[in-house]
Design a protein around this ligand. Structure first.
Ligand code: IPE
Ligand code: IPE
Ligand code: MG
Length: 246
């Protein structure tokens, strides 16, 4: 039976729903695209801060499958930012020991981006300091659906094997903590399988203003919580009612 706070020595898997770029910009009289540009700066800051704060895997929600519903110009600007990020960031990711993988569909991305993703993944493959996963054209329900389609061909299936089909990774740690900025309190189709027991942290901060201090605050709150995984609070064994008597 598991009942525990997560040890400060364990490398955590943190997911972030990077929300609020548009509102941050609009409130300043700027275009929404300026908000997305500022959001990329935040990604740089947080990727740098994450390993220093005990994070081993960081999954960032950059573009959801449902985000295709936005105006064409905004989608195009987001794709351009992704292209720039892949072109300009790889060197510093390699230097900092960051392994980048991109999750989600690649076949609907504008020309050249899928190739740039593969290149970036290959160039950073040896990074051992942080596993950065960026979710693009991502839907957790689609990831589960696709895994189920693959699993249909198998004769036996374990949770571990199914996890690998969902996440595309062997041995990826379940998500410990999901942070969402901008005050919204929903998951918007993010990490529904891997986040089954994730702690949730919601902050009013807009993504462009989120910083290393905010990340530290989220982690401090996380470490103060008791994770029970369906078990009981840590109590002395004599107090645990015998299952045979209930
Ligand atoms: C998050 O910011 C970035 C993406 C979803 C691509 P939003 O663009 O959703 O910002 P708000 O929610 O409109 O403020
Ligand atoms: C979720 O944010 C997706 C990303 C942060 C990439 P949205 O802003 O798209 O989510 P909803 O529409 O408010 O649920
Ligand atoms: Mg939003």
């Amino acid at each position: 039976m598991q009942s525990e706070t997560t040890s400060r020595h364990e490398k955590l898997h943190v997911g972030i729903i990077m929300d609020g770029n548009g509102r941050w910009a609009t409130r300043r009289g700027l275009s929404r695209v300026r908000g997305h540009e500022a959001g990329v700066e935040t990604i740089r800051r947080i990727v740098e801060a994450a390993p220093k704060q005990g994070i081993g895997a960081l999954t960032l929600y950059a573009f959801s499958t449902d985000n295709w519903r936005r105006p064409k110009a905004e989608v195009a600007a987001l794709m351009t930012l992704l292209r720039f990020y892949l072109a300009n960031e790889v060197q510093s990711l390699v230097k900092n020991g960051v392994r980048l993988t991109v999750i989600g569909r690649r076949d609907r991305l504008p020309e050249g981006i899928a190739t740039a993703i593969t290149r970036a993944e290959e160039a950073t493959a040896d990074g051992g300091t942080l596993h950065l996963r960026i979710a693009v054209d991502y839907s957790a329900r689609d990831a589960i659906l696709n895994a189920a389609a693959k699993a249909a061909a198998l004769t036996s299936l374990t949770r571990e094997a199914f996890s690998q089909l969902v996440t595309g990774e062997a041995g990826l740690r379940d998500v410990d903590l999901i942070i969402r900025t901008s005050g919204e309190k929903r998951l918007s189709d993010f990490l529904l399988w891997e986040g089954a027991y994730a702690e949730l942290h919601f902050t009013e901060r807009m993504w462009p203003e989120f910083d290393a201090g905010d990340l530290a605050e989220a982690l401090a709150a996380f470490h103060g919580r008791e994770r029970r995984f369906g078990g009981l609070r840590a109590i002395v064994p004599e107090e645990v009612p015998s299952l045979s008597r209930v």
